[in-house]
Design a protein around this ligand. Sequence first.
Ligand code: GLU
Length: 458
Amino acid sequence: MTIRTRFAPSPTGFLHIGGARTAYFNALFAHRHGGQYLLRIEDTDKSRSTPEAVAQIIESLAWLGLSPDAPPVMQSTREARHAEVAHALLAAGKAYRAYETADELKAMREAAQAEGRPPHYNGYWRDRAPGPAEAEKPFAIRIKARREGSTVVNDLVQGRVEVRNAELDDMIILRSDGTPTYLHAVVVDDHDMEITHVIRGDDHLTNTFRQCMVFDAMGWARPEFAHVPLIHGADGAKLSKRHGAVGVLEWRDQGVLPEAALNALLRLGWGHGDTEIITHAEAQNIFDIADVGRAASRMDYAKLNHINGVYLRAAEPARLAAMVAERLSPDAVGLARIEALMPAMQERAKSVLELAEGARFALGHGAPPADEKARAMLTEEAQGRLARLAQALGGAEWTKPALEACLKTFAEAEGVKLGAVAQPLRAALTGSLQSPPIDAVLAALGREEALFRIAAAS
Ligand code: GLU
């Protein structure tokens, strides 16, 4: 049997990290077992689904490297098939026509609630043949739920979960306008897509029992289920905007590398001892859905930054330079400077955004306007020193080690500490006192530009 999983987002908003984690677990699980990972866009709720959200989900998955193994299935294109299955159940006597109007159903729910009963359908049409009065009336198709016994799901994460069938009612599978209900559509699609493992958020656990009704009534094998706990913020409340960025593309825009994002997502609820850094390649060898914990995980943004830093240090400098260039749109000279700066910069950065901000000074001719601290550093004494430094640098070989040696020798000759040279130099070259290592800055700018900036400040 080929293992087949699916990620099934509803395109009602951007892809948040909970959804992305679900997608990742589905991809890892399928690929670990030589299977297929599919994407189904659950766009049957036409009032809430938008094409923008579909595009955003697909873009988010692509960014993470979690594009599905086959083109996405749009649930809305399958409505005829959903209706066909509902009618097959009707023909087999496993479902029935129910003729209540929306108002009647509302009254039924309210009466049940007033009596303290669950708001279930009362089964009026379950064993009643429609009469002539119903001939022209619209009807919904309801599934005949089992009333005795219970439904058991051996969830791969939650363990054995049991619900008494008396707690479920005869849910509608096809509305009177011919559209399928969501719980019905999911089952038909999971069956037709030959999904073997349904991995999703545990907010869907209660849905599972109703979905089992449809699988069982059709005589279809149920897939395995794995319901993954929700993600909380550091304070233990359900993760929301106020905790930090919750959209996958927000992470990208804030400068998280996709491989770092995957690692952080993986660690939300899944663990391999205390190991924090687990690359995608490693995860693919060791991921097991059974290792997902039952408790809600906590999103820790400091940890995300840490993880991102580790991947930034490991990244190819040229790749980071290209990412920075996307944000700064440099000309060819600027790009060459950014490329030269990357190896030194990536050692300390926590995000691509930080890299881009830190490299901005390198663009263009002349330093950016000095900030207050940089201006304060450029005293008359410092300016005089810079002018003498320019002389010394004029004869230096323009490589990082040679420049570093030149600065040291110069400081010694001036009888000052290296910082007394480096800080004014930094102010002159970058307009700020925070910059990559000064030898790297000099090397990246090149002799002509560096000397030009020093002259402008001295
Ligand atoms: N469409 C559902 C959601 O976005 C997921 C349904 C499922 O995975 O079965 O929450």
